[in-house]
Design a protein around this ligand. Structure first.
Ligand code: ADP
Ligand code: MG
Length: 614
């Protein structure tokens, strides 16, 4: 029998759950749903973010209310507009087979009249932020005098945000006999106070440890030029050799791109997004659970329901559009009592967003610099040393030892160690020695980054703010029509009736060709290359060569080691193609040093050492 049905849910709700793709109830769902269905009672449920609390109260509420009545029977209070909308959406999905169900969202910043009209049409369930709710009550636009179920979702957040009085007032308009269900990630004093004040000997359900929540997650951010994102990502991974991470991108395309690039560069990476078939996603998740994938690049939607416990790092390759989503992202780590780090790779203009996130998560971010080459060399070397130290000796090596020993006869142990580690160190050292630091100060704004970049093309386009474009919209439009990546487009500058943008010179022909005879809404859209020099002059000159020529992939070195590690896996995450690439592209500009340095000894010995550990 379906596990959700076993909890006591009716068929049409179980059907909706199946449609959503939920297979098994989460712990908080398993514990609360039967309790709430069983009898009307007050309940306090503590579980950290991302544990499925919405469904834990949503389904029981849907089952208990009378859909045939138009009276408002359920009230869900939540701290922010985004969460309010999110819960409303989820509730609609949960109740998609409930004919006649109306769930209305009430939140600030949108038309109060529209919301009042929706309520008037008969909303059985209202999902609201406290501020707007209070407002609507005082204008008599809602009637909550007959509600039977009140949910305080994210109670700790609501109290953090100073909604105590509002909540008190709102609840004073509700009947005594209702049931109150309080959900919270943590249980600070204020929450117990609320529980005491408004609830009648509530049943308590705790998932994990009390107050665990985000305490286990520390938050860091790294400011880099927009086009250095990928290099920064690689360095963060290199500086954390045991990384087991989810990397969030905003779009499916970026997700796929970043994953492919990582794979090419020799990392154990995989992509998870909505354009993959269910089967492909299952394979990726299986490899991730088995830790054959160390870096899972995912969209927010696809990463929902990732229930892997020992994720060490969450990396925000790009920040989410809605800052509330950050909480869900970072909640992927620090689970089950473990500690985790949530990192944000940010451009200078995104720092403001980080400040808003700090307000939401009530925690401070630590500003850090992307590790420089020498720091990474050190970390890698130490990681190698401890790996070698812990390596189990493979007895198969016995027959060869005589030869090896005689070869090393004239070498002391001390020298041997030095030589051995030099082989590995040189590899990283060579890769990183010419690399610039990805510091926030140097070349931090995108302007600085691109100004003196000869490899970029500046375009003129004859649409502008008159046509309804701001820089974000234009960037989205160009990205989608040209099939480019987020970071391939920059310096988008929208004027009244025209605009400018940059791409890498490599895309120049593609852009021009695409816009030859391009018509939209019956109008020709014209794109031309603009004179770059004059632009530089306007902006006060180049100050050339700030950007290094790029670091190139360093696939070879680490790639080989990592590559070999994953070869034993059944998933076969393109490991073959990775191998092919590292052997064949020595001519490409991406990694000129690769072949000479690592092929002979380092890579080989090493991967064997690593492999024998498994
Ligand atoms: P919380 O409120 O505890 O932070 P949510 O209710 O927002 O968590 O759920 C987090 C995510 O997990 C959502 O994307 C939700 O759709 C998904 N989810 C909830 N329950 C399940 C389940 N039983 N199986 C798979 N995914 C689930
Ligand atoms: Mg929630």
């Amino acid at each position: 029998m379906n596990a959700f049905k076993e909890l006591g849910l009716e068929d049409h709700l179980v059907q909706a759950i199946t449609d959503l793709g939920f297979e098994t109830p989460s712990e908080v769902q398993e514990k609360t749903i039967p309790l709430l269905l069983d009898e009307d009672r007050d309940l306090v449920a503590l579980a950290q973010t991302g544990t499925g609390k919405t469904a834990a109260f949503g389904f029981p509420m849907l089952q208990k209310i009378d859909i045939n009545s138009r009276t408002t029977q359920g009230l869900i209070l939540s701290p922010t507009r985004e969460l309010c909308l999110q819960i409303t959406n989820e509730m609609k999905l949960y109740g998609k087979h409930c004919k006649g169900l109306n769930v209305t969202a009430i939140y600030g910043g949108a038309s109060i009249t529209d919301q009042a009209n929706q309520v008037k049409r008969g909303a059985q369930i209202i999902v609201a932020t406290p501020g707007r709710m209070k407002d609507m009550i005082s204008r008599r636009l809602v009637d909550i005098s007959k509600i039977e179920y009140a949910v305080l979702d994210e109670a700790d957040e609501m109290l953090n945000m100073g909604f105590f009085e509002d909540i008190t007032e709102i609840l004073s308009y509700t009947p005594e006999e209702k049931s109150t269900w309080l959900f919270s990630a943590t249980m600070p004093k204020e929450v117990s106070l609320i529980a005491k004040k408004f609830m009648d000997s509530p049943t308590e359900v705790t998932v994990g440890h009390k107050n665990m929540g985000s305490k286990n997650v520390s938050h860091e951010y790294f400011v880099v030029g927009a086009r250095d994102r990928y290099q920064a990502l690689k360095r963060l991974a290199d500086a954390n050799p045991e990384i087991f991470s989810v990397i969030f991108c905003r779009t499916k395309r970026d997700t796929q791109k970043v994953a492919e690039q990582l794979i090419e560069d020799g990392y154990n990476a995989g992509a998870l997004h909505g354009d993959l078939s269910q089967n492909q996603r299952d394979v990726v998740m299986k490899s991730f659970r088995a830790k054959q994938i160390q870096m899972l690049v995912a969209t927010d939607v696809a990463a929902r329901g990732i229930d892997v416990d020992d994720i060490t790092h969450v990396i925000n390759y790009q920040l989410p559009d809605e800052i509330e989503i950050y909480t869900h992202r970072s909640g992927r780590t620090g689970r089950a009592g473990k500690t985790g780090i949530s990192m944000v790779i940010a451009s200078k203009s995104e720092v403001r967003k980080i400040k808003s996130i700090e307000r939401i998560i009530q925690k401070e971010f630590i500003k850090k610099e992307v590790p420089n080459g020498m720091e990474i060399c050190e970390v890698q070397l130490k990681a190698l040393a401890s790996k070698i130290h812990d390596t189990e000796i493979n007895q198969e090596i016995e027959p060869y030892l005589n030869d090896i020993n005689s070869l090393f006869e004239d070498v002391t142990k001390d020298e041997l160690i030095k030589k051995f580690f030099s082989a590995e160190f040189t590899r990283f050292f060579n890769y990183y020695k010419k690399s610039k630091d990805l510091k926030s100060q140097s070349g931090s704004t995108s302007d600085d980054n691109y100004r003196s970049d000869n490899n970029s093309a500046r375009f003129f386009i004859n649409i502008g703010s008159k046509d309804g474009y701001d820089w974000m919209k234009l960037k989205d439009f160009l990205r989608d029509t040209l099939q480019l990546n987020q970071d391939d487009l920059y310096k988008v500058d929208v004027k009244d009736s025209f605009a400018f943008f940059n791409t890498d010179a490599a895309h120049k022909d593609k852009v021009l060709e695409f816009f030859t005879d391009f018509k939209q809404d019956g109008r020709f859209i014209n794109v031309e290359v603009t004179e770059k020099k004059s632009r530089d002059r306007n902006r006060g000159g180049g100050g050339g060569g700030r950007r290094s020529g790029g670091e190139g992939g360093y696939g070879g070195g680490r790639g080989r080691g990592r590559n070999d590690r994953s070869k034993g896996s059944s998933s076969g995450f393109k490991s073959e193609s990775r191998g092919r690439r590292s052997d064949s592209d020595s001519s490409s500009s991406r990694s000129p040093r690769r072949s000479s340095d690592f092929k002979p000894s380092g890579g080989g010995d090493f991967s064997r050492a690593r492999k024998s550990r498994r």
